[in-house]
Design a protein around this ligand. Structure first.
Ligand code: AMP
Length: 427
């Protein structure tokens, strides 16, 4: 195991489980035991130079107390009684078999409420977050259309490469043996291979907005014959500055097509976009699981003389608890630097961020999923929407810019009824 090979960082005297802050060290849970109350937690510890100060000025002021929550009650999963079984859906028998092979027994609420309408050809507006089963909610009706008519085509637009690939994996599970193919068109991967894929027989294109736009402009994707379009995580695409790209793509689709619009929230520009491009959509809202209730949240106080990375390593050395750890940092280069340093110190770590090549990101993700590495350092954008099982800890090595991002980060742990821990370094 990796603890045998690992070089330990300099030994420290601090004890994270106790409330007291020691000289040069850190304390966990310090807020509740006499720490500075409220205010921007990093304001005093912002010693990283002018650049960093500038970036921080756009930060939301987050009260440190919001990073602390001892309530570790594991939320009882609300039992949803679906009104359908997959057998009830008017879908092809081959598709029913594929669903059974994936061990999906009951439709999730979003599937239960939207699939019957989607099968009738209605547009769908799904207000649902990741983890709700939204992918199958659009893939099942789309695949059923293609099974019935091999001329059917669909385009699925997702904010990140990782999400696009997750959708592809699920698509391939459902379409196994049906001779129905998809092609993934995302940035950071060679466009020539994607063009070859598009020129072969394929019914479904899954991609990120920028690359899809490029391929449309090159004449490799013809949206005028698309019969279905999916916007997955529309609000994230807005956050990432893709609103003009997705508007352009939607404008190119015919009016006689089915639209699936999924978004966790409904900010005004997305609401307007859907108003413009959806025809009388069936609105399905699914209560997003409040995973934060399953997450014990605490802060690691660091002071001026603390060596942050040593403190981090002391935590990671507790391998019994810190089994699978996702660490967030703000900038791509900071993520890379931290991951390189952890590897140098003997930890099984990897990183995902926007500067990494697509294949490298995929490889790291797979290793993290398969527990070949147990530490992944990531930027927010790279980790968005990922469904990685059994993450025991989320560590905010740097404070997120907004509380919304914080909630999103900590939602990577405490999933599927398991307890998770989120720790935030504050200065
Ligand atoms: P999604 O929100 O589409 O990313 O799905 C989240 C997770 O739930 C994925 O791991 C899916 O494979 C899984 N899932 C989706 N629908 C079902 C279902 N009806 N039964 C069991 N698992 C499901």
């Amino acid at each position: 195991m990796y603890n045998n090979t690992k070089q330990r960082g300099p030994s420290r005297s601090s004890n994270y489980s106790s409330g007291g802050s020691r000289s040069g060290g850190a304390s966990r849970g310090g807020f509740s035991s006499g720490g500075r109350s409220g205010g921007r937690p990093s304001s005093g510890g912002n010693r990283g130079g002018g650049n960093r100060n500038k970036r921080k000025s756009s930060y939301e002021r987050i009260d440190v107390s919001r990073f602390i929550s001892k309530s570790t009650v594991i939320e009882k999963e609300e039992i949803y009684l679906p009104t359908h079984t997959f057998a009830d859906f008017k879908i092809d028998a081959k598709l029913k078999l594929a669903i059974a092979n994936k061990n999906y027994i009951y439709p999730s609420p979003i599937q239960d409420k939207s699939i019957p309408h989607a099968l009738e050809g209605r547009d769908i507006l799904g207000i649902a977050d990741t983890g709700t089963g939204k992918t199958a909610a659009f893939l099942i009706p789309i695949l059923n259309k293609i099974i019935n008519n091999r001329e059917e085509t669909a385009i699925i637009i997702a904010p990140t490469r990782e999400l696009a690939i997750q959708i592809e994996t699920e698509f391939n599970d459902f379409a196994r043996g049906m001779k129905i193919y998809c092609v993934v068109c995302v940035g950071g991967a060679p466009i020539s291979a994607q063009i070859r894929g598009l020129r072969r027989e394929c019914n479904v294109v899954i991609g990120t907005p920028g690359r899809l736009l490029d391929l449309v402009k090159r004449g490799e994707i013809n949206l005028s014959t698309t019969r279905s379009i999916v916007l997955d995580e529309a609000d994230r695409m807005l956050d990432m500055g893709f609103i003009n790209d997705i508007t352009f793509l939607l404008e190119k689709t015919p009016t006689e097509r089915q639209g699936f619009f999924f978004s966790a929230t409904l900010p005004k520009p997305i609401e307007k976009l859907i108003e413009r491009f959806a025809t009388d959509p069936v609105k399905v809202m699914v209560k997003t699981r409040d995973t934060s209730k399953n997450v014990e949240q605490d802060v690691i106080r660091i002071n001026r003389d603390s060596n942050k990375i040593d403190i981090l390593c002391e935590l990671l050395d507790n391998e019994k608890e810190f089994k699978k750890v996702l660490i967030f940092s703000e900038m791509k280069h900071a993520v890379e630097k931290l991951s390189v340093e952890l590897i140098k110190r003997g930890y099984k770590a990897g990183s995902i961020h926007g500067d990494k090549r697509h294949n490298d990101r995929q490889r790291t993700l797979l290793k993290f999923r398969n527990n070949e590495i147990n530490i992944m350092v990531a930027t927010d954008v790279a980790a968005r929407g990922l469904d990685i099982p059994e993450v025991t800890h989320v560590i905010n090595y740097e404070i997120p810019q907004t509380y919304d991002t914080y909630i999103h980060r900590i939602g990577r742990t405490g999933r599927a009824g398991m307890k998770g821990v989120a720790l935030t370094f504050v200065g």
